[in-house]
Ligand binder design. Structure first.
Ligand SMILES: Nc1nc2c(ncn2[C@@H]2O[C@H](COP(=O)(O)OP(=O)(O)OP(=O)(O)O)[C@@H](O)[C@H]2O)c(=O)[nH]1
Ligand SMILES: [Mg+2]
Length: 428
């Protein structure tokens, strides 16, 4: 049997309509993963819905509402193989109403492909997605400057360079290193530089999107850390029973393991024993960090567990907190943040309202030096240490213990207000 290829999760992100789903669809079609007949059917469907040109997007956008509206709403996952890697491609929505799904997708990913339409350049969700990706631990990123065929762009190198320059500044501002990042001019709709080399941009000598996938560095797998598997969804499957799904963040889950889901419905943990594990319809004996799995646990009832609970080993249960201390960066708040503020925190797969109970100090983000003790408020651009009280039981871990489980985004009335990480906590 061939040696097992490393598994990498890759998320497509970027502003609404910039061509994420079309790029994924092209990638799958041009690499022979979608047959002709299926493609013809999708084309007919797109035409009958008055959505001509969306046929490649429909490969990923399966929901009726997605196809009728021509927007991605929920995450779609697809397996994709290269000789070197085994990928799960995650197509995220760009529309601002569905950012919470994008956050889930980014929190599952090792690598991001940022799609920016050449005719439109950087937009609100280009910025927000770049910021969230960095915050949520997407450490490698590839840039596709798409729609190079649009009138006004006309495959121009000059336009490509201008957008590249703007995107580089944005990447730098959140801590990515643009000089180490591939920028690819693409036209996904007609298939330029996705799998097939460009035919209309002779000035471009670089790689196709697919070729850059082989330059991805295999992410380190935190197998030595305790098992942390945040539940993303819980299904009830006839003949099998309750099947939670989620991505292993750290540690290893093996069949037969004694596990506990924290906090669980009652807040005290739900114990069980792992019976089956599967990924992309294949049975596994064990799941490693990065694996997106469905699994079955004797002891888990449908009502006992929910999205946001974290499966861990019974002897090293995930930490449920009554309070925690965080370092945050304020990104986009309409006024100021003060004690008492209670927005929604997105932490792994959990979405929990949390209250700011204390603003301990304001920091210089570059040096870490204290700028002010106990300030009355913090505002956009500030870095601060704050104390937070979740309104309901929540699993979070300290950055220095399990960084994968320490990061969060703060959302309020449709925007990402801040992001940060847990640096200390009080166990419940
Ligand atoms: N001309 C041109 N149109 C494109 C290209 N890529 C995508 N489009 C069109 O742009 C529209 C949006 O494409 P999608 O792939 O659905 O965009 P998306 O980024 O997935 O959108 P959301 O998921 O809703 O955020 C469709 O009409 C596509 O046909 C391209 O390279 N060139
Ligand atoms: Mg889409």
């Amino acid at each position: 049997m061939a040696a097992k290829k490393p598994h990498i999760n890759i998320v497509f992100i970027g502003h609404v309509d910039h061509g994420k789903s079309t790029s994924v669809g092209r990638l799958l079609y041009d690499s022979g993963n979608v047959d002709e007949q299926a493609m013809r059917k999708l084309k007919e469907k797109a035409e009958s819905l008055g959505k001509r040109g969306f046929e490649f997007a429909f490969i990923m956008d399966n929901l009726k509402e997605e196809q009728e509206r021509g927007v991605t709403i929920d995450l779609a996952h697809k397996r994709f193989d290269t000789p070197k890697y085994y990928f799960t491609i995650i197509d995220a929505p760009g529309h601002k109403d569905f950012i919470k799904n994008m956050i889930t997708g980014a929190s599952q990913a090792d690598v991001g492909v940022l799609v920016v339409a050449a005719n439109d350049g950087i937009n609100a969700q280009t910025r927000e997605h770049v910021f969230l990706s960095k915050t949520l631990g997407v450490n490698q990123i590839i840039i596709a400057i798409n729609k190079m065929d649009m009138p006004g762009v006309d495959f121009s190198e000059q336009r490509f360079n201008k957008v590249k320059e703007e995107v580089s500044t944005l990447l730098r501002s959140v801590g990515y290193k643009p000089d180490q990042i591939p920028f690819i001019p693409t036209a996904a709709l007609i298939g330029e530089n996705i799998v097939k080399k460009q035919t209309k941009m002779p000035w471009y000598k670089g790689k196709t999107l697919l070729e850059t996938f082989d330059d991805i560095k295999e992410p380190e797998k935190p197998v030595d850390k305790p098992l942390r598997l945040p539940i993303q969804d819980v299904y009830n499957i006839t003949g099998i029973g309750v099947v939670p799904v989620g991505r292993v963040e750290t540690g290893i889950l093996k069949i037969g393991d004694k596990v506990v889901a924290m906090p669980g419905r009652e807040g005290k943990g739900v114990p069980g024993e792992c019976k089956t594990i599967e990924m992309h319809h294949e049975q596994l004996q064990e799941a490693l960090p990065g694996d997106n799995i469905g699994f079955n646990v004797r002891g888990f009832g449908k009502k006992d567990i929910a999205r946001g609970d974290v499966v861990s080993h019974a002897d090293k249960p995930a930490t449920v907190v009554s309070e925690f201390t965080a370092q945050i960066v304020v990104l986009n708040h309409p006024s100021v943040i003060t004690v008492g503020y209670t927005p929604v925190f997105h932490i792994h797969t959990a979405q929990v309202a949390c209250q700011v109970t204390k603003i301990e100090k304001k920091l210089n983000p570059a040096t870490g030096e204290t700028l002010a003790e106990n300030p009355d408020f913090i505002k956009n651009g500030d870095t601060a240490i704050i104390h937070i009280k979740p309104i309901q039981p929540l699993v979070i871990e300290r950055q220095k213990d399990i960084p994968q489980m320490s990061r969060f985004a703060v959302r309020d009335s449709g925007t990402t207000v801040a992001a940060g990480m847990c640096i200390d906590l009080v166990k419940k």
